[in-house]
Design a protein around this ligand. Structure first.
Ligand SMILES: [Zn+2]
Length: 424
């Protein structure tokens, strides 16, 4: 129960950005986007489509306008998927997918068993070991190698790499954590990833199964809407966020992607809801772009820049939101170094309103959906929050782990920055 002092606190909290009950709504939205029915917003069971339809519904309910009469912009992509069963057993121990191992994004389908062989690292220093390595027949083996040695093997000669890929299956070992990604292509055999300490040095046998399916021309989509500006309807501020994530890895495992990027998608929705209210109609038009297939290599946003729904030079400024679920260590502004005026303005607002403990800038990088816009001369920044839980591209990036420490403050900062109207 909330006592009288609590009510008072709630009352005074209202004018600051998102009100108390709106943070609850944000949590509910993140809960929806990360729920099992959204399948990790990837390409098994049409998870991307479920998410896009949800966003479309939200845009419609808010009364956002659509370009070309539709919110959805379709685009194709190639994607390797894991729709069926995945399993990995080392000697007598059945491993837990997502927790003990990942299917390598480039894995071929297949099932079988084989004797485990560890890559002989003497090949990097000894000619005799190299000769021995090339005389091996790995076709009945599951070859285990450390991720750092893959590049060494490539440098040595394609011969050695090809030899290793003759294996029945491969297991790549990582020093610390498992980090999932996606691939548009497959290798010729099943492939797995594990943390080094989880594979006993004396492991003898592996049994495995991967139901992989490479889909060419998978139909995915961006979802785009806007609020027309009062004074400058032909000049746009863009607020974007990728809504896709890594999808499913087999029937029983999915990647919820709460911080990456249910958090940014939800902040974008909260901003859209704000500007869609008649009393908050902005001077400039504000477009909301929910991009698909970011995790496959910025596919949706790249497609958008090649097929813009209004001229790109009408975009006065773009703010891309990705990883907005934390904030105890402040905010990073990617590309802030190249847009010093905009960064100074953000800093000024932040200091004045005491929103975030610190604002930092770094150089541009192809690490989120702002990138292909900047390549075409659009002034764009990518904003992410720092600190808090470090779950990233794994099964632990769940809604319950998100503190949303500076979610309201990020909302306030962006709203005030858009209102300032000076982005040079
Ligand atoms: Zn990501």
């Amino acid at each position: 129960m909330l006592g009288p002092l609590g009510w008072l606190a709630l009352f005074f909290a209202l004018p600051l950005g998102v009100a108390g009950q709106d943070l609850d709504r944000a949590r509910a939205t993140i809960g929806t986007l990360t729920s099992p029915g959204f399948h990790g917003r990837g390409y098994v069971n049409g998870g991307d489509r479920v998410a896009a339809q949800f966003l479309e519904g939200q845009f419609r309910e808010m009364g956002l306008r659509a370009f070309d009469s539709a919110y959805v912009q379709p685009f194709p992509l190639d994607i390797n998927t894991f729709p069926g069963r995945v399993s990995l057993k080392i000697d007598k121990k059945k491993l837990v997918p997502g927790q003990d191992y990942l299917v390598n994004p480039v894995s071929q389908k297949g099932r079988g068993r084989g004797r485990i062989v560890f890559l002989d690292t003497l090949i990097f220093t000894q000619e005799a070991a190299r000769q021995r390595f090339l005389r091996n027949d790995f076709r009945r083996n599951v070859v285990v190698y450390e991720s750092r040695h893959y590049a060494n093997l490539t440098e040595l000669s394609p011969e050695y790499l090809n030899k290793m890929h003759e294996a029945r299956a491969l297991i790549e070992l990582h020093p610390a954590k498992l980090t999932m990604s996606l691939s548009p292509a497959q290798v010729s055999h099943p492939a797995f990833e594990m943390v080094k300490k989880d594979l006993p040095a004396g492991a003898k046998k592996a049994a495995y199964r991967v139901d992989a399916k490479l889909v060419k021309g998978y139909p995915s989509q961006n979802v785009v809407g806007y609020v027309p500006g009062k004074k400058y309807p032909d000049e746009f501020v863009v607020i974007s966020a990728h809504y896709d994530h890594l999808g499913r890895m087999g029937k029983d495992t999915y990647f919820p992607g709460a911080n990456d990027n249910a958090s940014g998608t939800t902040l974008m929705l909260e901003l859209a809801r704000h500007y869609a209210r008649p009393e908050n109609q902005p001077d400039y038009s504000v477009a909301f772009m929910a991009f698909g297939a970011e995790e496959v290599g910025l596919i949706g946003s790249r497609y958008y820049t090649e097929h813009p729904l209004f001229p790109l030079d009408q975009i006065k400024f773009m703010i891309n939101l990705d990883l907005l679920g934390t904030g105890e260590e402040g905010m990073m502004v990617v590309n802030g170094t190249r847009l010093p005026g905009a960064f100074d303005r953000l800093t000024q607002i932040n200091t004045g309103k005491n929103y975030l403990p610190k604002l930092q800038k770094r150089d541009n990088a192809p690490n989120s959906d702002h990138y292909f816009f900047t390549r075409r001369g659009v002034k764009a920044v990518f904003i992410y929050l720092m600190g808090g839980p470090k779950f990233y591209h794994d099964v632990y990036d769940r809604a319950e782990t998100l503190p949303l420490t500076k979610f309201k403050e990020s909302f306030g900062l962006i709203r005030d920055f858009v209102a300032a109207g000076e982005w040079e």
